[in-house]
Write a protein that binds this ligand. Structure first.
Ligand code: SF4
Length: 250
């Protein structure tokens, strides 16, 4: 069961992070289809790697479903090489995405993302490399639903600060962070996107998974992990551990 969350604590954490990093903007395309393409433009996936592959793909092929399908995997792989490893595999994935959007949704994925959230999630998680966290990210930044999305590569940030624990179980960590946002951040696109972006930046810069830079951290005075409360790893209550989790969007 999730522990109670102090709403004011989360608000203060986010204010401090914003004071330290400044207002954040998404560094990726927020349109759902474009995000799916962007996400496959780099590997290992990072904003910088995906941006490089995205630029190369735009220059040499284009990103519309028909342009991708007409280019074929060899041409796509040459463009995607700019984004890092396994360009051939990413080219195949892009072809899958483009074919599905073109054939099932008449080239317009955004228009298909309507109706009950559970249905939209189901549709999104059928795309390659999209699990729950990736679907949440698309829903929030695509302007579909102001869900409590959590950066998939750093759900530990809020859990460390609030509870002082490093969970072994990825799904538990994600759901605890999500619960904290759900109960403490207003359910508007602006507020939830702000929380996502600030936590993502903090997880990348200071609150890294290994060796967090606590001495330089703007929230260390309110961080349970830094205070040593419960510090350590909780026993996994079941399910997959971090190493066994699915690859997903961050
Ligand atoms: S004090 Fe350390 S563990 Fe706590 S939020 Fe900052 S970097 Fe992360």
């Amino acid at each position: 069961m999730s522990e109670a969350v102090d709403n004011n604590a989360v608000a203060e954490i986010l204010d401090r992070l914003e004071g330290h990093y400044g207002p954040q903007q998404p560094g990726w395309p927020t349109d759902p289809y474009e995000f799916l393409v962007w996400w496959h433009c780099g590997y290992p996936a990072s904003d910088a790697a995906c941006a490089k592959g995205w630029d190369a793909l735009n220059r040499s092929v284009g990103i519309q479903p028909r342009q991708i399908l007409e280019a074929g995997t060899a041409t796509l792989a040459r463009a995607l090489k700019a984004g890092g490893m396994v360009p051939e595999l990413r080219a195949v994935r892009l072809m899958e995405i483009a074919a599905r959007v073109e054939n099932e949704f008449a080239g317009d994925l955004r228009a298909a993302l309507v109706g009950p959230l559970s249905q939209i999630r189901k549709l999104l998680t059928k795309f390659p490399n999209i699990a729950g966290p990736g679907a949440d990210r698309i829903l929030l930044f695509g302007g579909i639903a102001p869900v409590a999305a959590v950066p998939s590569n750093c759900p530990h940030v809020l859990v460390r600060i609030l509870h002082g624990l490093e969970r072994e179980n990825y799904n538990l960590t994600y759901s605890e962070a999500q619960h904290a946002i759900e109960t403490s951040v207003a359910a508007t696109f602006d507020r939830r996107a702000r929380a996502y972006l600030l936590l993502k930046r903090h997880g990348q810069e200071l609150c890294k998974r290994t060796k967090p830079k606590c001495e330089m951290c703007p929230v260390n005075s309110v961080c349970a992990w830094f205070a040593g409360k419960n510090r350590g790893r909780s026993a996994p209550p079941g399910g997959r551990n971090r190493e066994g989790r699915r690859s997903d969007t961050g």
